[in-house]
Design a protein around this ligand. Structure first.
Ligand code: OGA
Ligand code: NI
Length: 366
């Protein structure tokens, strides 16, 4: 499709804007009043302190013991978190802190390379793979205050090392190790989620097209310092389109906010060496909304840049995704009509992040 061969207007790197020491951000990044964040520093002037809730922190160590009571309690915590929050932190998840740190360091080095080198990997809206600065191809859209790098790891037919950064040295090895560990964790979680629904442990994975065909990609988000963080967002409200997301957050700089049940934005404070897990739209559809894909966004900071690694575990692109027949009953009829992940993603890649409007469009008429 020729329409999506290139961006509708010249790409501006947010990092370059940030480094040019502007006092005011360009209008392209100024959000309408209703979408601007209420920054934490302004919050203690509010009568109601909004920091009242926090997403659950789950110790996955409980899954690897012989203590069956603890094992069951851990499964139960995951089940509750998927139903009530759609978002939780995990600790003792099996990934070594050294590898987590190495991955972050490697990407920080990448984003600090000279612009000419990064631009050699510039992406296009055709596949989004590579170094990018916008999501969506609508001309004149209001943009987010971030740059990113996006790459495919799974299925192996989509893995293309020439689309991965060539620098810093050893970057590809680190990435390979990191993504392999992420896939392991996702496969484990898929089995657990399936069992927690009262299903055989491979049902959810099979609905994704099986272990070999499931997709895995990495999006590294780079949020440069921003002189007017109160006017913009690092990432607009969205729910993740895929299956499961595992985020390695920046432990030094908070920024991720999750939409709580009363619609308030809750800032996530990462626990040491924690990973943040969230349910994506495909699992919400497959589970007929038993598990929730929750809206989230990112705010930026005037003082610090922020880096995060989001690993997305997705269904195979061309298989039908619809509520699992085991979960559809007379009392709980199917809430969504069938789609494929490739189709679903295309609307997001055209329009950019839009709260939860993409999944709501698939609600069956009732
Ligand atoms: C994402 C995302 C959050 C963050 O990449 O989809 O929500 O903290 N990232 O960067
Ligand atoms: Ni997200």
């Amino acid at each position: 499709m020729n329409m999506f061969q290139d961006w509708p207007e010249p790409i501006v790197r947010v990092q370059s804007l940030s480094q040019s020491n502007l006092k005011a951000i360009p209008n392209r990044y100024v959000k309408p009043l209703s979408q601007r964040p209420n920054l934490p520093s302004q919050n203690h002037h509010n009568k109601h302190n909004p920091v009242t809730a926090a997403i659950p922190i789950i110790d996955l160590g409980g899954l690897y013991t012989n203590d069956i009571t603890l094992h069951a309690k851990t499964l139960d915590e995951i089940s509750k978190a998927c139903k009530e929050w759609g978002f939780f932190q995990v600790v003792n998840h099996g990934m070594s802190p050294q590898l987590m740190n190495r991955a972050k360091e490697t990407w920080r080095e990448f984003f600090h390379l000279p612009m000419e080198l990064k631009n050699m990997h510039a992406n296009s809206p055709k596949t989004y793979e590579g170094y990018g600065s916008r999501l969506g191809v609508e001309k004149g859209a209001i943009l987010d205050w971030s740059d990113y790098y996006y790459l495919h790891y799974r299925p192996s037919s989509l893995k293309d090392y020439t689309k991965w950064p060539s620098l810093p040295l050893h970057c590809r090895e680190v990435l390979e190790d990191y993504c392999m560990e992420m896939v392991k964790l996702c496969e484990n979680l898929m089995n657990i989620l399936s069992r927690n629904l009262g299903l055989q442990e491979d049902i959810l994975q099979n609905a994704f097209g099986g272990i070999e065909e499931s997709g895995g990609c990495l999006r590294v988000n780079y949020y440069p310092k921003c002189p007017q963080p109160e006017l913009t967002l690092g990432l607009s409200p969205h729910s993740d389109p895929g299956g499961l997301t595992i985020l390695l957050p920046d432990e030094q700089v908070a920024g991720l906010q999750v939409r709580g049940c009363d619609d308030a934005w809750i800032t996530v404070e990462p626990a040491p060496h924690a990973l943040i897990v969230n349910i994506g739209d495909q699992i919400q559809m497959l589970t007929n909304s038993i598990y929730k894909s929750i809206e989230h966004r990112v705010i930026v900071s005037p003082a610090n840049e922020r880096l995060s690694l989001a690993f997305f575990y997705n269904p195979k692109g061309n298989i039908p995704i619809e509520p699992l027949k085991e979960l559809v009953t007379e009392d709980s009829p199917a809430l969504y009509s069938s789609t494929t992940y490739d189709q679903y993603r295309q609307s997001i890649r055209t329009q950019g992040p839009r709260s939860k409007s993409h999944i709501d469009e698939l609600r069956s008429p009732r």
